[in-house]
Design a protein around this ligand. Sequence first.
Ligand code: NAD
Length: 489
Amino acid sequence: MATVASVSLPAFVQLPQYDRTALASRIVHLGFGAFHRAHQALLTDRVLNQSGGDWGIAEISLFSGDIMMQALREQDHLFTVLEKGPDGNQPIVIGAVNECLNAKLDGIEAIIEKFCEPQVAIASLTITEKGYCIDPATGKLDIANSRIVHDLANPHEPHSAPGLLVEALYRRRARGLPPFTVLSCDNIPENGHIVKHAVLGMAKKRDSALADWIEQHVTFPSTMVDRIVPAATEESLKEIADLLGVPDPCAISCEPFIQWVVEDNFVAGRPQWESAGVQMVSDVLPWEEMKLRMLNGSHSFLAWLGYVAGYPYVNECMEDAAFRTAALKLMLEEQAPTLRITGVDLADYASQLITRFSNPALHHRTWQIAMDGSQKLPQRMLDSIRWHLNQGTPWPCLALGVAGWMRFVSGVDDAGKSIEVKDPLADIIQQKVQQSTMENRVAALLSLTAIFGDDLANNAEFTRRIEQAWQLLASKGAHGAVAALLAGD
Ligand code: NAD
């Protein structure tokens, strides 16, 4: 069958300009999802286009159902990223990936050994928040997580990302091989600390000498990642196939904007990402907080309330003046004041975000952003609410956002249609919903201390404000509640 690797593509398609045979698997990446393809892989490809080199990426999937790897092999690990903006579309064929392994196709042993090859310098991850097996309320490894329970009992055949990294580091240490850098590229505040807690938490349970070695020799730089990359759909894949003249099942569409801020702390070298526009800094946290609260916080607000109001796509929400104004108000009045970043014009950043969310070329599903809310609420909204509670300042948009999540997980939208709720805590959330009525739903969901912590669950002011927002939603629906928020009701 014809693939991107076997046909000659139209002249407007950007192709790799470097010698792909020189690539070695110096980066081993876990999570060949939508985001990684359009972000880290693309930025690494940019560096290779500028100056060549051997910084290839080996892609790893732990999930047996991940058929993407088979397709990737059949097209010589090439895949297409389509950047879609108001000024037009640019297809780019990425050549930075030089091999891939899947647990079902290749077995876990081959995957562990890939991490143990001497040239491996970076183990990077985009496995979503839940992949770290961290309890969101404590930030520590969740030892009750079924994958972690399995890996502690069977450390040489891991099922979890922390288990895999610890086993690879265990073997590298035993063989006298140098360590690698562990680079989380997931949307979590202090993602470096989170993956470090996950890995060290696991290592300590196995062997304290191994944990000490990891602590001394491995680094876990934090990163802030930004680019809107909606999940591929039949429609987006068809659009790319029509442009290329050949299907590419690994292709992905995204917006033109891209940003990556990386803590410059690597133990075994790294690509010269700065030549591709990456910001290498000493402290990423202020950048992460800015992005998580301004971008992701308002994205979640739009997703939960927008989905319940009947908007399937973010850009459709943005065509609704009430949602658009509320998103800007949330960013400027309730998220920006909580930030400690300096040297960034936050009003300008917010207005860029409004433009990005409104991009009609991207079809970013509100449902996709709305899922996994239990993992997203703490860093996107609850930390800001804690800040406001401390300062005694108002936070009506955040309250409506949290109530919007409660409406979403209650499972029925404003038109009476049922909602498919996808979340690692779906079972317990479902239980709370089923055991409560609309009248006591807020109290039932606030008792989920894994999300709200003991502090918020027991804070009378917090409870009162969320209850008010919930009542507003119940009486006016999501659209009416957003409009009422602006009117100061
Ligand atoms: P995706 O669903 O396309 O990919 C997720 C990947 O993680 C898949 O390869 C899956 O196999 C893997 N994975 C899931 N659970 C795992 C687990 N328990 N252990 C190991 N691997 C696991 O999602 P995506 O859009 O690529 O998002 C990935 C990350 O990138 C998320 O943390 C997201 O917040 C972040 N991000 C996404 C965007 C975006 O617009 N898509 C933007 C910025 C940041």
